[in-house]
Design a protein around this ligand. Structure first.
Ligand SMILES: *[C@@H]1O[C@H](CO)[C@@H](O)[C@H](O)[C@H]1NC(C)=O
Ligand SMILES: *[C@@H]1O[C@H](CO)[C@@H](O)[C@H](O)[C@H]1NC(C)=O
Ligand SMILES: *[C@@H]1O[C@H](CO)[C@@H](O)[C@H](O)[C@H]1NC(C)=O
Ligand SMILES: *[C@@H]1O[C@H](CO)[C@@H](O)[C@H](O)[C@H]1NC(C)=O
Ligand SMILES: *[C@@H]1O[C@H](CO)[C@@H](O)[C@H](O)[C@H]1NC(C)=O
Ligand SMILES: *[C@@H]1O[C@H](CO)[C@@H](O)[C@H](O)[C@H]1NC(C)=O
Ligand SMILES: *[C@@H]1O[C@H](CO)[C@@H](O)[C@H](O)[C@H]1NC(C)=O
Length: 436
């Protein structure tokens, strides 16, 4: 009896997977998916990649491609991170626009566009690429050529291609970090959406005039090649186990390029945990010291400082006396949680502030005064007596006075200086009460 029931279950179980919505073959023109339709997705033949809507919050959906067979359902590509789709939105495959995403009132939210006419069908491939080909199989559009923040094995980026880090771990709108394989052949990482000077570039392949393609090989290496195929620069390091693993490389929201692998099935004897593991030194290896912007906040936001986690990702923290500007995003910098020092000479307030010490810490680029052959005490007193001074950096007898907002902050064993940050002794509330 039990085996009969089991037999029925085995027959019945696969049925939901074979509904029309879960197509394993070509998608015909007119095919569509609706945001909030639990069952609808376009799967690759192996079922490893899915193209569908992901709910990001109440009534907000992201059209995305992700790893379908792992618990994380890690997103590898997304269409509308800057413009999430409300409940009931629809993406449709149409001849003269490719993939077109509209809200329930049929207003356009996003569309793939096509680089020429003659769209025949669409397909979600087992590589993770979603393609829109013509009858003669010429790709009129594909997700691999329009990456968001991630690349996969077999993916190649041509001159002009860009990877844009997202805003935060859970916010898929574009953040400030990006990298670009420029038309001049150089691959460079930028700390701002609109780089204006050399200090906005925090990593470069130094391949002006020779770079041609960025390749993520099946064997797990990411490298820049010349037109003749010569490898100019490796972005990944080490041997990667590929058989039985998913792979991905991403420009993380903190600006670090990382490579990860994930076992396809649980295997306790393989030594790899059932999750994403890093398999390469990140680029750049120390994000805290790599970004020094002349105009800009550096690796972290203004008034914060960068430390390097064990995972070589940045951690942005607020100094004493400061709190995060945005509690949801530590990258957004910090604000003083006290009333700034008065600049009225008849009540200098010097006695209401202290200099708090932070070892192996520096803020670069925000100095406005510099004195040599000084003691640390002199440096403290000079900053306390100066209402413009937000912090002082002291080292080797040199005292640098810093103004608000502090930029390019970092703390780590590699730093030689000591930071002295000015903080009001009494908090603002008790001060207000006193004045009342
Ligand atoms: C998809 O469509 C193309 C062009 O019509 C055809 O050559 C190919 O065999 C189709 N593939 C599948 C899996 O149906
Ligand atoms: C989704 O699946 C449920 C349960 O299998 C079914 O009742 C419903 O009609 C399906 N919806 C669509 C749009 O296919
Ligand atoms: C469209 O893209 C395909 C594949 O990338 C390319 O071969 C073709 O030349 C492109 N066509 C136009 C008009 O850009
Ligand atoms: C993501 O961040 C951007 C920029 O701050 C913001 O405008 C947007 O509302 C955020 N999106 C979500 C879903 O929180
Ligand atoms: C390939 O191109 C690179 C860069 O342009 C050049 O340095 C190298 O000599 C070339 N190699 C061959 C075999 O042509
Ligand atoms: C599990 O991992 C071990 C060691 O890497 C390997 O020899 C074995 O074939 C794996 N088993 C499966 C089922 O993948
Ligand atoms: C400076 O402080 C003195 C004493 O509190 C006050 O009388 C004066 O108005 C202040 N000056 C300005 C410009 O605020």
């Amino acid at each position: 009896m039990a085996s009969v029931i089991l037999g029925i279950l085995l027959v019945l179980a696969p049925l939901p997977l074979s509904t029309e919505a879960q197509t394993h073959s070509n998608l015909t023109l007119g095919s569509s998916l609706t945001a909030n339709d639990q069952n609808s997705s376009w799967l690759s033949p192996s079922g490893e990649f899915a193209f569908r809507f992901r709910r990001m919050g109440t009534g907000a959906h992201l059209l995305a491609i992700w790893f379908e067979k792992i618990e994380d359902k890690t997103i590898v590509w997304s269409a509308n991170g800057d413009n999430l789709a409300p409940e009931g939105s629809k993406v449709q495959l149409i001849a003269n626009g490719g993939l077109v995403l509209t809200d329930p009132r049929e207003r356009g939210l996003w569309s793939s566009g096509l680089n020429s006419t003659g769209l025949a069908y669409a397909a979600m491939l087992d590589t993770g690429n979603f393609i829109l080909p013509s009858e003669s199989h010429v790709k009129l559009w594909d997700s691999f050529s329009r990456p968001t923040d991630m690349i996969l094995p077999t993916q190649q980026l041509d001159l002009g291609a860009k990877l844009n880090a997202r805003y935060s771990e859970m916010n898929y709108s574009a953040g400030r970090f990006h990298f670009m394989l420029g038309d001049n052949g150089n691959l460079a990482f930028y700390a701002t959406p609109d780089p204006s000077d050399a200090s906005d570039t925090y990593w470069s392949s130094n391949a002006v005039g020779s770079g041609f393609q960025l390749i993520f090989s099946q064997s797990g290496q990411v490298y820049l090649t010349a037109r003749n195929g010569t490898v100019l620069k490796l972005l990944t390091s080490g041997i990667v186990p590929t058989n039985g693993f998913y792979q991905r490389a991403i420009l993380e929201y903190d600006g670090v390029f990382m490579q990860y692998i994930h076992p396809k099935t649980a295997n306790s004897s393989s030594g790899w945990p059932m999750g994403w593991s890093t398999v390469s030194t990140p680029v750049p290896p120390n994000i805290c010291t790599s970004i020094i912007q002349e105009i800009g906040s550096g690796a972290c936001g203004f008034n914060s400082y960068c430390t390097l986690g064990d995972d070589l990702r940045s951690r942005c923290q607020c100094p004493p006396g400061y709190t995060p500007l945005d509690s949801m995003n530590e990258m957004n910098g910090c604000i003083q949680d006290f009333v700034p020092q008065s600049c009225n000479r008849s009540r200098p307030e010097t006695d209401q502030f202290v200099m708090r010490e932070m070892l192996k810490t520096d803020w670069l680029m925000s100095d406005y005064e510099h004195s040599t052959a000084r003691t640390e005490d002199w440096c403290r007193e000079a900053c306390l007596a100066d209402c413009f001074c937000a912090a002082a950096i002291f080292g080797n007898g040199i005292c640098w006075k810093k103004k608000n907002p502090l930029s390019n902050g970092r703390m780590g064993p590699w730093e030689k200086q000591k930071a002295l940050i000015k903080v009001r002794i009494h908090d603002t509330t008790s001060k207000c009460t006193k004045n009342d």
